[in-house]
Design a binder for this molecule. Structure first.
Ligand SMILES: *[C@@H]1O[C@H](CO)[C@@H](O)[C@H](O)[C@H]1NC(C)=O
Ligand SMILES: *[C@@H]1O[C@H](CO)[C@@H](O)[C@H](O)[C@H]1NC(C)=O
Ligand SMILES: *[C@@H]1O[C@H](CO)[C@@H](O)[C@H](O)[C@H]1NC(C)=O
Ligand SMILES: *[C@@H]1O[C@H](CO)[C@@H](O)[C@H](O)[C@H]1NC(C)=O
Length: 963
């Protein structure tokens, strides 16, 4: 499978300089018309008018420093254009705020009409003789303060300083020469107006780290680092830590610093009027303590009026819970009061001067649903379900609101079904699917994401903010991997970029199956009996880790640190947790079979559990302990939503070494828990030429001692490998998996039953396992999936054909999406609701050998919400020419409540909807899936012709022929 379908918009960048997704204005080799900006022994002077914003000068100093990081020669910052001699010159400034830039404009040397008056936009261009005595300069002009700041950091990124150079230790890329191209570059305005992060649930990891680095408080030194990161990532908005912090109180320099640097300060959804939760007056009750609450809100406005603030409006109850006394009418009173405060304090509620938001989170959604009138100027911030599924997006009547709307999203959460705060558990393609939909439905005023401790979420944060900055690079369903490739190229270099895409795309699929904290739910998710599921999943993790280790090994020592933090660590640490739980489940299953390797699995679980601490220590020891505490989060042994007090290993069983009366040699087969002799000999599962999984026999020691065995098939066309061997315990080989293969050209046609006998060489009884064979064949010209053992498992990206629908609607594949492979979705999402006949369709051919009077089909989807309740997600499915069955899979729910299947589908990373398909006769069939509503997305389809066995992910994908 081509994971890395070649990209459109991102590829270009990988060649020249690297500013992800944005055009290049620099180059590293001399070509006609370029201006040398720096190199070994030389660097530019960056001229900033003294009247420009302080934050612009501050950024220019960062850029001057960044030249030093890549060339060894630091640049200089000057407020004067005189006396520069013949050093390279960069002139940067804000239109209307920099007399220097304004003079170039009025002299006709720089035309900024493309950006003038726009939000956060900039232009860059080479200008000849900008000022007397300067032959040529690179001129950067911002439409506003952040426009200029982004222009300067854009140069940093292009010369080779990653936004993550400090927070994730990405080494600056050394350069011997840097040139500015003689081209004009225009960038902005961003797709989403306010784009930011929320540092939240920051205990224990980040808080412990802050304690040891900043003396216990989230102070202005800490915030300067965060703000710089945000600006380098082209973000502009921040909700500060609130678990036990008070941004404005803890350090009085915090607010002015945000103002100077150019960060728009917000507070979380539950902290109105720029005040921290920990400052709340008690009782926090509008009804009984209104005058004090009003005073408190007024003080917040007065305190924060001197810098850019995005005001959080409304209120919830104390401690981020519902208020028992508040109702929808009073909530509107609260908002009206808050707006009156803004009017009297800053003179306006016009959102271009006083942006405001109200977050539809939990119970307040119910008020809104009942028709609450939210003042027009207030941006409605729609929330996800805390698990990455956006609950609601603007519908037609809401898109014309002055304040528009936005999305509050989560990459980290404390709450139901269980906290996920440890390491990165985000599938990027899923974030794309949700945020692309939000963007297309015009929820574009604010995007804010809860990033927990910030640190282990570098990749999802970059992805989210890059989409928010320029969604035009993410308009197709396959845009995630090209973005990841451009990102990996910037951070680690092009040699490992493709491998990093493969690693993170695979990681996304493995992790979306279930969060680490939920792996100990009972019964264990992965089947230890059917489809070798548990062992195969562990194999996927192992193979992912091995490949990622190979990438790591190829990197230089400096880059290895960054790669470890962002890519290798989550894969290693995640694999260990999987190994602990999967092998604990296998241990129990083996112990029940008296399989001595249960004891080895018990040891393996203990060793893996101990390894978890070793990996944590490795992370904490990086760079002499720079990130000590960042991995303090408990991640084993949850039994409710909240963290347990400490990690704990799942229990394991050990068994005694006395063999059962049936003898040392034990035999088991797929699909059965029996251990024979002792239990009745199970039949092997049927085998046919299209069976996608290996068919095997497990032979193992059931006590201490040694046993030689021979395996003899009943017919010459059956081979079993190995056919003889020795099992012994405690030393030697205690378990053998013997693989069965059949030469179908010699086997009898149609159904037959062979057998395989297994005999200990000396003593003991012979075991005979029957082996049903189905020597069946599809016609030579058939193309499509083929049934085996009563199941057809389809990965939706492997369609036979696609048909476009009305309004240019079509089916697009979302690569590396969902739990097993990829997904399909309805694009463009602006095409609107379709009928079964006008809908875009995907067709899947399958060939059945079974005859079934009532087959069932299960459709696997993400756990999404109906973001437009009046037009729920829908698909229709039909077998051959039958009338399609239309399914609206998401149970309806009111805003603020969850659909009835929410917990299961969120825990499982999938919602499975099963419908009856009708009668299926042997022969070729066609399954047609119509996507009726934008946003409808499907991962996988399973046709049950009577043979599907229970498992978590479903049977492995069926064999395909001719495709
Ligand atoms: C840049 O290109 C323009 C025309 O494309 C030309 O007039 C100008 O002289 C060039 N500037 C430099 C510094 O080469
Ligand atoms: C209202 O809040 C203030 C400040 O916390 C408190 O001192 C006062 O007792 C409260 N008033 C009432 C009526 O509860
Ligand atoms: C979104 O905004 C664009 C531009 O203002 C407009 O053309 C489009 O109709 C809006 N879409 C929706 C779904 O309201
Ligand atoms: C991973 O590497 C280890 C150590 O080299 C090896 O034993 C194991 O078989 C590999 N596993 C997979 C699935 O590639």
């Amino acid at each position: 499978m081509e994971l890395f379908v070649v990209l459109t918009s991102f590829l270009a960048l990988a060649i020249g300089t690297l500013a992800i997704g944005q055009p290049a204005s620099l180059t590293f080799s001399e070509t006609a018309g370029v201006l040398k900006l720096g190199g070994t022994g030389s660097s530019p002077t960056i001229v900033i008018d003294a009247k420009d914003w302080a934050g612009v000068t501050r950024t220019a100093n960062d850029l001057a420093n960044d030249f030093g990081l890549v060339t060894g020669t630091k640049g200089k910052v000057s407020s004067s254009t005189s006396g520069l001699g013949d050093v390279p010159v960069v002139i940067a400034g804000t239109v209307g705020n920099s007399p220097l830039i304004d003079s170039l404009i009025s002299a006709g040397k720089f035309d900024v009409s493309a950006i003038k008056g726009k939000w956060e936009s900039f232009m860059s261009q080479l200008v000849s003789n900008p000022i007397d005595g300067i032959t040529s300069a690179l001129v950067l002009a911002g439409s506003d303060k952040r426009g200029t700041i982004y222009a300067l950091y854009d140069i940093s990124e292009q010369i080779g300083v990653s936004p993550w150079y400090w927070w994730a230790d990405v080494p600056p890329k050394k350069k011997t020469a840097i040139y500015a191209l003689n081209s004009t570059k225009t960038q902005g305005p961003p797709s989403v107006k306010y784009r930011g992060i929320f540092i939240n649930d920051e205990q224990p990891a980040l808080t412990n780290w802050v304690s040891s680095n900043y003396g216990g408080k989230y102070d202005s030194r800490f915030h300067a680092k965060v703000f710089e990161l945000l600006l380098r990532l082209r973000a502009n908005y921040f909700w500060p830590a609130m678990w036990n912090s008070k941004f404005y109180v803890d350090d009085s320099k915090d607010g002015p610093l945000a103002g100077e640097m150019g960060i728009v300060m917000g507070t979380s959804h539950t902290e109105p009027m720029a005040r921290a939760d920990k400052e709340k007056v008690k009782p926090w009750d509008w009804k009984s303590n209104q005058s004090n609450l009003k005073k408190y809100m007024q003080e917040g406005a007065t305190r924060a009026k001197n810098w850019e603030t995005l005001w959080t409006m409304g209120m919830r109850g104390d401690g981020d819970t519902g208020s028992p006394t508040l109702d929808a009418t009073q909530l509107v009173d609260v908002m009206n009061y808050q707006q009156s405060v803004l009017k009297s304090t800053i003179g306006t509620v016009d959102p271009s001067k006083a942006p405001q938001m109200w977050c539809v989170y939990k119970e307040v959604g119910g008020y809104y649903q009942k028709g609450m009138k939210v003042p027009e100027e207030i941006t409605i911030l729609w929330s996800d379900d805390n698990s990455g599924n956006v609950q609601r997006l603007p519908i037609a009547v809401e898109t014309s609101r002055v304040g528009n709307s936005g999305v509050y999203y989560h990459f980290d959460y404390v709450g139901d079904p269980r906290n996920y705060k440890w390491i990165n558990t985000i599938q990027l393609s899923k974030t794309w699917q949700q945020m692309h939909l939000a963007h297309q439905k015009n929820a574009t005023q604010i995007w804010i994401v809860n990033v927990g401790d910030l640190k282990p979420l570098e990749i999802p944060i970059s992805h989210f903010l890059d989409m928010a900055y320029d969604m035009s690079k993410f308009m197709t369903a396959d845009s995630t991997d090209p973005w990841l490739k451009a990102w990996a190229t910037r951070e680690f270099g092009s040699e490992v970029a493709t491998g990093t895409v493969e690693a993170m795309a695979t990681y996304g699929k493995l992790i979306v199956r279930r969060k680490y904290e939920l792996l100990n739910l009972t019964p264990f998710l992965y089947s230890t009996t059917n489809y070798d599921e548990a062992a195969n999943v562990l194999g996927e993790w192992e193979s992912l880790q091995n490949k990622t280790q190979t990438l790591y090994d190829a990197l230089d020592a400096d880059t290895q640190v960054a790669f470890f933090e962002m890519v290798l660590h989550p894969i290693m640490a995640g694999r260990i947790v999987q190994q602990v739980y999967i092998n604990a489940a296998r241990n129990k299953a083996y112990a029940a079979q008296k399989r001595m390797s249960a004891n080895k699995l018990a040891d393996d679980v203990k060793a893996a559990y101990a390894q978890d601490a070793v990996i944590q220590k490795r992370y904490h020891s990086l760079l002499n302990g720079k990130w000590n505490h960042m991995m303090d989060q408990i991640h084993f042994g949850y039994n409710n939503w909240q963290d347990p007090a400490s990690n704990s290993m799942p229990s394991v069983s050990t068994i005694g070494t006395t063999a059962p009366s049936g003898g040392i040699l034990g035999i088991s087969v797929q699909g059965s828990t029996a251990s024979t002799p002792g239990d009745a000999a199970p039949a092997l599962l049927a085998l046919d030429p299209y069976t996608p999984e290996n068919r095997s026999i497990e032979l193992y020691a059931r006590g201490s001692g040694t046993v030689d065995y021979t395996i003899t098939p009943s017919a010459p066309y059956i081979t079993v490998t190995p056919s003889t061997g020795t099992l012994s315990y405690p030393s030697g080989t205690s378990d053998i998996r013997a693989l069965i293969s059949v030469d179908w050209s010699s086997a009898p046609n149609g159904s037959s039953t062979a057998s395989i006998s297994i005999k200990p060489k000396t003593g003991g009884t012979e075991t005979k396992l029957s082996l049903p064979l189905n020597n069946v064949h599809v016609p030579g010209d058939y193309k499509g999936y083929v049934e085996s053992n009563g199941a057809v498992a389809i990965e939706t990206s492997h369609y036979t054909s696609l048909v476009s629908g009305g309004s240019s609607s079509r089916v697009e594949v979302i690569p590396n999406y969902g739990r097993t492979d990829s997904g399909i979705t309805f694009m463009p999402v602006t095409a609107g609701t379709q009928t079964v006949s006008s809908a875009p369709k995907a067709m899947y051919s399958f060939y059945a050998f079974s005859s079934v009077s009532s087959a069932k089909v299960s459709v696997y989807m993400p756990p999404s919400f109906n973001v437009d309740p009046g037009n729920p997600f829908k698909y229709a499915i039909a077998l051959d020419d039958a009338t399609p069955t239309t399914v609206a899979p998401v149970p309806s729910s009111t805003l603020g409540a969850m659909p009835s299947d929410w917990k299961d589908s969120v825990q499982n990373g999938a919602r499975i909807s099963t419908t009856t398909l009708g009668k299926v006769e042997p022969g070729a069939h066609k399954l047609t899936v119509s996507l009726l509503e934008p946003g409808t997305t499907i991962h996988r389809i399973l046709v049950d012709l009577g043979g599907v066995k229970s498992s978590y992910l479903g049977p492995p994908e069926s064999s395909k022929v001719g495709m």
